[in-house]
Design a protein around this ligand. Sequence first.
Ligand code: CTP
Length: 405
Amino acid sequence: MLEGKKIVLGITGSIAAYKSCLIIRQLVKRGAEVQVVITPAGKEFITPITLSALTSKPVISDFFSQRDGTWHSHVDLGLWADAMLVAPATASTIGKMAHGVADNMLITTYLSMKAPVFIAPAMDLDMYAHPSTQQNLRTLQAYGNHIIEPGTGFLASKLEGKGRMEEPENIVACLERFFAQQGSAEGRENSMKGKRVLITAGPTYEKIDPVRFIGNYSSGKMGFALANECASRGAQVELVCGPVSASMQASSPNVHRTDVESAQEMFEACKALFPSMDSAILCAAVADFTPETTATEKIKRTGEDMVIRLKPNPDIAASLGQMKKEGQTLVGFALETNDEESNAQAKLKKKNFDFIVLNSLKDEGAGFRTDTNKITIITAEGKTEFPLKSKPEVAKDIIDKLEEI
Ligand code: CTP
């Protein structure tokens, strides 16, 4: 996957600099061409001779070559590269990158970089957790850089790593995944053009009184990832979402969003939209029950026990399953804690889904309030298990399956 890729590897003054050799070896083994740019502090930890032997290229560290005074062009490097990787990235370099303090060749190269930039932080935990470092990393993320979260092997979406640099093989795997996705994204740009997809996302809130509700922990992240993925493939998306945090925003104008609160409201919205859709993906965590009555005024403490009687909500999935016409595809989710596969199989039939995406709460990193998910896709014919991935990557697998049907 990295065959022919041109990588600028920035090395800074961390004890983890020796691991750069392993990164170079793995990159070169996979067919990449590597140009090292090292900071003056980096050279205290590893010698340019070792690095140039591994990359078969002179190492760049000064603005001028000491030997003949030739000018090293950071602008040319910025155009040459397919990616820049800063590994290890110290707190100091991260700070300079975030603020454009261009006092060495690595930072000037970064500032001229036209290719995606990956940063693998390396420092002790206190330094990593310090608000200054966290703020700088968030700034770099906001500028579109990719942070390789220490200790997770993933590109970070929120920062909670342990400071110690991610292992070289995981860093290289991150780059490979990125290029693989980029490659396939190019092929898929218009694969869903003209298709209309309904997606439900988030929790529902069932009102008890004007200030209280019954809800659940769904964040809506999986549903938004699915909406973004469909939109990036050219589909027109109708996203019906329950109450999610204000930070949840669809990234494309191809996503039209309808905000609802209760299961009943979600049901009405979906019923109206579904007949004109090619497919629907029901990712919302819909409350199965709602209070029989909603108090019009805030319920007061009386000192007595309190009983709220619940009545069943409409099953949106089952209703759409009944409405489903030839040519329409219906996809459901199942979050199970036990007898996962047989429960999912039963839901597939009962709700007339074409396939069902199973996540088990037994799997660490799967389910609610996480940035990752581990799924099994179940059809009437069989099942496919996938490894733990970030939710946007999981969305790609699900939409690939949708397109296959
Ligand atoms: N679903 C729905 N409307 C509901 C409940 C569920 O559309 N009122 C959808 C979910 O979005 C999901 C699928 O149905 O795609 C399965 O949800 P789940 O809660 O696991 O199924 P239930 O039928 O509620 O079964 P359980 O008894 O396990 O809660």
